[in-house]
Design a protein around this ligand. Structure first.
Ligand code: SAH
Length: 207
């Protein structure tokens, strides 16, 4: 299994260069996803004090217990989730709103759940012009009404929570999450009764 932290970080000067790097390294393969990454400027989601690292392939602190994920992780999450045009998409732990903004370029109906009130409010302001996005300040699945075609966890969860999320999927729906198992976090996906393990990762744990 590949260790994510072994990939060498890059630091470029623009969002377009960032997208080029992600393509070169094979993190972005789909044209639709490339377009979404071009449309969303990561610098808009990075706190001012970290602005010089906006296009660096590293997670950055956005609050006490939250980070905006490294760009290659956001790319990988999006590729695995594979949101389609008419998908109802849910992200749990939407934090800065960067991943959510990418998803909103790909699907018509996108919901983010964020437990940190300050982050929920800030990200709502950032995405106020994006009509297909709703951000709910709340605790995980409890805060999400109905079922979804795609569920993405941006915080690490256990097997029990993974099973709970399966029951919130529509037919043919897909679930993607960092799953904690024996102290490791394994990026995992589930669709149509089949679970796949992708790579070892490190995410903020679900509260
Ligand atoms: N996708 C985000 C990453 C944020 S880090 C981004 O692009 O910025 C993970 C987030 O999960 C944190 O913001 C944290 O506050 C949130 N979180 C943790 N437990 C949660 C819970 N029970 N419900 C909702 N959000 C939660």
């Amino acid at each position: 299994m590949k260790l994510e932290s072994q990939s060498i970080s890059f630091n470029v000067k623009s969002n377009l260069e960032l997208v080029e790097k992600l393509k070169q390294r094979g993190h972005i393969t789909s044209g639709r996803i490339e377009d979404a990454f071009v449309s969303v400027d990561r610098a808009q989601f990075v706190p001012k004090k970290h602005s010089e690292y906006a296009y660096r392939d590293r997670p950055l602190g956005i609050g006490e217990t939250a980070t905006i994920s490294a760009p290659h992780m956001v790319a990988m999450a999006t590729e695995i989730l594979n949101p389609e045009e008419y998908s109802d998409v849910l992200e749990i732990g939407s934090g800065s709103g960067y991943q959510l903004a990418i998803l909103s370029e790909l699907s018509e109906n996108v919901t983010g759940i964020e437990i940190d009130k300050n982050l929920a409010e800030k990200s709502r302001m950032r995405l106020e012009n994006q009509r297909n996005v709703r951000i709910v300040h709340g605790d995980g699945l409890e805060a999400a009404e109905g079922k979804f075609d795609r569920i993405l966890y941006s915080c690490a969860i256990d097997e029990q929570e993974f099973d709970r999320a399966k029951r919130k999927l529509n037919d043919n729906g897909k679930l993607v999450a960092p799953l904690t198992q024996n102290g490791d976090q394994i990026y995992s996906s589930y669709q149509n009764g089949e679970t796949k393990k992708h790579t070892r990762v490190r995410f903020v744990r679900m509260r």
